[in-house]
Design a protein around this ligand. Structure first.
Ligand SMILES: *Cc1c(COP(=O)(O)O)cnc(C)c1O
Length: 395
């Protein structure tokens, strides 16, 4: 597409001129071919992949919507939810999978291999099917059945590992085994952490770019769940890129949200250590049960550089805010996707936020993924009597 810039505007205002160019470039991106759907709308800012190797299911560009009631109740005028739950397989992991499988295709890899607590596997399984590559995946012992089923639907080759998900040592050893096998067979290592797949993880930055575009500015704070730390780190890197490109003049305060049963990263940071604290996971919240977070050092940098902080939330409180999100905002998140809101509430009560701060909660995954939790949540209301229509008509 040829760009035609009206000369009159050039002489009229230099900054207006810049704006026009940027707008036209956007148009150009939108008008170009199928190779620029999903994360590939940002292709020029991502690791280079030829159009024919780009895999996508239309991930990303998820809605950023304002709170309609909980924000008011808390005294926050600018609370937003970033609905990563609306990605093709129901979590933000789809952004990473799109890039991971594209890189695998481009490099001529014959398979991909990884580990998962559930969502990464469900996502990679779908994208591997799309890319027509086999996907070997090690899953944790306590994986949620619905997430496992989602992986199996796409015919991934699944291996369940005893102790994975509870023990930090076993988790780290499985990561290393995957790395070694990937090397030996020349397969794509698909672990959703910068420490293991730094190129594919670049895709997480697109969350920050989406937010900047939709909000029209940089938020004051971004609340994100932290498991392995990749999501949190990727969002920070995305905003840091904008800062380096002079597309913004500040970083949002990055707030790391962890379960009290698995808070090694936040505790380590708060205790002034240069690494996470130690301890096994007792958290019941799928997706953030990662006692030794592989991206801890980047997450620490994000906390330091953005003047961020951590919040640690009891699982029962996270579940309560999962219910509130559904009842008062119409948003159905899985528990990990509700911990950011639980953390906003806690931070607000502790006086860490200003009423007019622009705050974004990352709703990282969809409610339907945790069927057991869903059953618990609704069980008291499910014993419904059956009514005769005749009787109802006479009431
Ligand atoms: C993977 C995941 C997380 C945690 O992301 P990390 O990069 O491991 O910190 C949080 N929420 C959901 C829904 C996830 O799938």
């Amino acid at each position: 597409m040829k760009l035609v810039i009206p000369i009159t505007i050039v002489s009229y205002s230099r900054s207006y001129f810049m704006m026009i160019i940027i707008t036209l470039r956007k148009e150009e991106i939108i008008m170009s071919s199928m190779g620029s759907q999903g994360i590939w709308k940002y292709a020029q800012y991502l690791p280079s992949v030829a159009e024919e190797n780009r895999v996508t299911l239309g991930e990303g560009h998820t809605p950023l919507i304002p709170s309609v009631s909980i924000g008011k109740e808390l005294g926050l005028t600018n609370l937003y939810f970033k609905l990563e739950s609306l990605n093709p397989t129901g979590s933000y992991k789809d952004r990473i999978s799109a890039l991971a499988l594209s890189l695998a295709k481009q490099a001529g890899k014959t398979a991909c291999i990884g580990t998962t607590s559930g969502n990464a596997g469900a996502s990679l399984a779908a994208y591997a099917a799309r890319a027509r590559l086999p996907y070997y995946v090690y899953v944790q012992e306590n994986i949620i059945p619905a997430k496992l089923e989602q992986i199996v639907v796409h015919q991934a080759k699944v291996c369940k590992v005893k102790g994975m998900g509870y023990s930090p040592e076993i988790g780290t050893k499985v990561f290393e085994m995957v790395r070694e096998k990937a090397k030996r067979h020349n397969w794509e290592p698909a672990i959703t952490a910068f420490a293991y797949a730094p190129k594919a993880m670049e895709a997480v930055k697109t969350i920050a770019w989406d937010i900047q575009k939709e909000l029209g500015c940089t938020p004051d704070a971004v609340f994100s769940p932290v498991g392995g730390g990749g999501l949190f780190s990727g969002i920070y890197y995305g905003f840091r890129d904008l800062l380096l490109r002079h597309a913004t003049d500040k970083l949002p305060r990055m707030v790391a949200c962890q379960s009290a049963g698995c808070s090694n990263l936040v505790r380590g940071y708060n205790e002034g250590l240069d690494r996470p604290a130690s301890g096994s996971s007792t958290s019941l919240i799928s997706g953030i049960q990662v006692p030794s977070p592989p991206d801890a050092s980047i997450a620490f940098e994000a906390l330091r550089e953005s003047n961020g902080f951590g919040e640690v939330i009891e699982d029962t409180i996270t579940w309560k805010w999962q219910e509130e999100l559904a009842a008062k905002e119409g948003i159905y998140a899985e528990p990990a996707g509700a911990i950011a809101l639980a953390s906003v509430v806690q931070a607000m009560k502790a006086g860490k936020l200003n009423p007019h701060d622009k705050i974004v909660c990352i709703v990282s995954g969809a409610g339907y993924k945790d069927v057991d939790r869903q059953h618990n949540m609704v069980a008291p209301y499910m014993d419904l009597p059956l009514h005769d229509l005749e009787q109802l008509l006479n009431e």
